[in-house]
Design a protein around this ligand. Sequence first.
Ligand SMILES: [Zn+2]
Length: 115
Amino acid sequence: MGGNDPHIHVEAKVVHADAAVRNLMASTFGLVGDLPSLVATGCGLRVPYAMTSPRPDRVTCLACREHARREHLRFAEEAERLSRMPGSTLSPEQGRLAADRHRALARRFSPDTES
Ligand SMILES: [Zn+2]
């Protein structure tokens, strides 16, 4: 560990890393000043939050790209599964849209489709 890692990683919880969730947590628990300065990454490191990004065009750590691809595919399946359950708050159409969105993100994290 050189302590000078130039890579951009993804957070381990990449699917839930969006700002809306963060803001909700902060306003609910009043933790604005206490957000952790280090976050767990998809490749098992702990890095400053500024060294992470949920965006496929920013992430340069290969292990993290693979992690993000898997997480988005997993979430896509989960969304479809939940939307088909009786009494689900998610309609099948919403489930399909969410799944499509996360599958598209997964494709953009895939090393095979660089273009
Ligand atoms: Zn990483």
